[in-house]
Design a protein. Structure first.
Length: 265
């Protein structure tokens, strides 16, 4: 079962990079290009919605080491699974970036991001501090939402995937013009490894920032829920006892027979 989970995480992260970063590469995602900006945000969000209802059935659809860290701190997975998830996610992201690189090279297509959709600090004028703060805050918001929506102590129905996808869209709308929005170390890792240059130099920001944000969200949410009791399992009401029809009939017949005998006497 563990192998199936790891493959699911690999496939989900592959799809996230392929469609999310691929959209950014095709349409551009700088703040001045409003159409591309929104399309890129929607692409990342919609991938999560789709994957949540297929990959989510197998692995929970983390497809993000920051999310896996939040679940680990919350007690939702083991340390061994955490390591397996993160490795699988990074492999999937790298494969997604490799496929994009091949498609754009074979088709002689312009990459409007200039680096396979990798994250960078150009939007914050190269400020490491600003970049870290943006990634910490956006990941904090994203992971906090995930932990709330998926909490076993509250019932949110089957809309979890939609809510999480919309939240990812929201943080992208804000963050694309600043850091390109990572909130996902694997999503940053794959494209950066193949793009090289500044993407590699700045990569640590998009690993450390999201992990710090995820840890803060997990500790806070765990504290919030610490005083809330586990929901009691619903117990079905006992069925009413009904006398068997045959017994009721025979009983009536017996009483009727006895009455007749008494009259004859």
């Amino acid at each position: 079962m563990a192998t199936k989970k790891y493959v699911a995480e690999c496939v989900g992260t592959f799809v996230l990079v392929l469609l999310g970063c691929g959209t950014a590469m095709l349409v551009g995602c700088d703040a001045a290009n409003g159409g591309g900006y929104i399309l890129t945000a929607l692409a990342f969000g919609l991938v999560i919605v789709g994957m949540a209802y297929c990959v989510g059935n197998i692995s929970g659809c983390h497809i993000n080491p920051a999310v896996s860290l939040g679940v680990l701190i919350s007690g939702g997975m083991s340390g061994i699974d955490f390591i397996g998830y993160v490795i699988s996610q990074c492999i999937g992201a790298t494969l997604g970036a490799a496929v994009l690189k091949g498609i754009f090279a074979m088709g002689n297509i312009e990459d409007k991001t200039g680096g396979l959709g990798s994250n960078g600090l150009a939007g914050v004028n190269g400020s490491i501090g600003a970049g870290l703060l943006v990634e910490i805050l956006l990941t904090f918001i994203f992971v906090l939402t995930i932990l709330g929506v998926t909490s076993k102590k509250f019932k949110h129905g089957s809309f979890g995937g939609l809510i999480i996808g919309l939240t990812l869209t929201l943080v992208h709308i804000f963050g694309i013009g600043l850091t390109g929005t990572s909130v996902n170390p694997a999503r940053s890792f794959g494209p950066a490894i193949l793009a090289g240059g500044d993407a590699i130099i700045d990569l640590w920001v998009f690993i450390v920032g999201p992990l710090i944000g995820a840890a803060l969200a997990a500790f806070l949410y765990k504290w919030w829920e610490s005083s809330i009791p586990e929901p009691k399992p619903e117990v079905a009401a006992p069925a009413a006892k009904v006398a068997p029809a045959a017994h009721a009939v025979s009983g009536n017949n017996t009483k009727s027979g006895n009455n007749k005998k008494k009259k004859r006497k």
